[in-house]
Design a protein around this ligand. Structure first.
Ligand code: GN1
Ligand code: MG
Length: 364
């Protein structure tokens, strides 16, 4: 902990530090809450950026600066009076950068948003607000003048993720391929269909827009009334298909079980959450979505459990080199849970389509 106190010394914060403790359940970065003494000064969030995964920290922080200042500007224009709870505020380091490098790791600090909560599961009402919030987030970023870089190249490119899985199978580094044959077959059966977005993009039918690309339900801060204050975890904000944000929320928010549930009977796709989130999303993003984007929202709902299944399985086969794991089979358990979720989504394909058509009719 002393080390963390020393790191914090390198940032221009106000207040005297009382305590530093782990925060959140992220699988990539290490996150801490920095509590200051008394109630006058703000508390902070300290993060060690996973440099093995985010290799270009300069680009990463430039993206985040561009996004947060653009959103801040829009909120000011709208006359919003709670701006500091609606957009992240990063603290400058002593040499006026938005991060600090200690010779080994990259660190950054931001103000802790007071009176706000994150959730691992949400009810339909909160999902509706979340849908609106993501639609609104994308709408606000539609005219961002900065050209954002890809902080992780090919992050949500399904063809690339399948190639990584196939490469992992060919190398079989942890000798785990034999035990996962069933899942590999199931993945291959769906491969062409799941690469549809890349295909449509090549044909010029599908645009890329600035997206959040990690819209897990726990990456949102809610206020006391269940309304979304802001979206956090901006490392992966980059150009992508809108499917990323729509699909990844449903993958986490509409799962009746946990992402790594060992009890597959608990895992399934909750249509009430789907309906509420979709209604909110179409209200927030309806103004700029194209018919191809809207028509493929059910595809997006399937794509993200599928992609996550591919990514967890590839990591399992590689011997767990990417995601934090709590036990040796963790990535396999995650793969199975995501596959079960995918099957449940597939069973609801027609119902999803019908609901979206219905929403569009009432919006006309
Ligand atoms: C990672 O950082 P975190 O835990 O919010 C991952 C996402 C995955 C998610 C799976 C940079 O997100 O893409 O969907 O885990 N982020 C990165 O839970 O790989
Ligand atoms: Mg997170």
């Amino acid at each position: 902990m002393q080390k963390l106190f020393d790191i914090i010394e390198n940032f221009q914060i106000v207040g005297v530090i009382d305590e530093v403790k782990p925060l959140g359940t992220g699988l990539i970065n290490d996150t801490y809450k920095v509590v200051t003494k008394g109630t006058e000064d703000p508390n902070y969030v300290l993060q060690r950026i996973n440099h093995a995964i985010f290799q270009d920290v300069e680009m990463l922080q430039d993206n985040i600066d561009a996004v947060t200042s653009h959103i801040r500007h829009k909120l000011e224009e709208e006359g919003e009076d709670d701006i500091d709870r609606k957009v992240l505020h990063f603290i400058a380091s002593n040499n006026d950068k938005s991060y600090f490098y200690d010779g080994d790791s990259y660190w950054r600090m931001m103000t802790f948003i007071p009176n706000a909560t994150t959730y691992e599961t949400v009810n339909p009402e909160y999902s509706y607000y979340a849908g609106k919030a993501f639609g609104d987030f994308q709408a606000k970023l539609a005219d961002i003048p900065a050209k954002l870089g890809e902080t992780i190249p090919n992050f949500h490119n399904m063809e690339f993720r399948l190639k990584q899985l196939r490469d992992a199978v060919a190398a079989n580094a942890a000798s785990r391929v034999d035990e996962v044959k069933y899942y590999l077959d199931e993945i291959e059966k769906r491969a062409d269909e799941m690469c549809k977005a890349e295909q449509l993009y090549r044909e010029g039918q599908l645009p890329k827009r600035v997206c959040h690309c990690d819209t897990k339900v726990n990456n949102m801060m809610f206020d006391e009334d269940g309304k979304v204050l802001c979206v956090i975890d901006l490392d992966t904000v980059m150009p992508s298909f809108i499917f990323s944000d729509y699909g990844d929320f449903l993958r986490t928010g509409a799962n009746t079980g946990d992402e790594d549930d060992m009890d597959l009977d608990r895992v399934g796709f909750n249509m009430d959450i789907f309906r509420a989130f979709t209604k909110g999303y179409l209200e927030g993003a309806g103004s700029f979505l194209t018919p191809i984007e809207i028509e493929n929202l059910p595809y997006a709902a399937a794509l993200f459990p599928y992609m996550q299944c591919v990514r967890f399985l590839a990591d399992y086969i590689n011997g767990d080199t990417y995601y934090k794991t709590k036990y040796p089979e963790h990535n396999l358990v995650r793969t199975k849970a995501q596959f079960k979720l995918l099957q449940s989504v597939e069973q609801h394909a027609e119902e999803m389509k019908a609901f979206i058509d219905e929403c569009l009719k009432t919006q006309e």
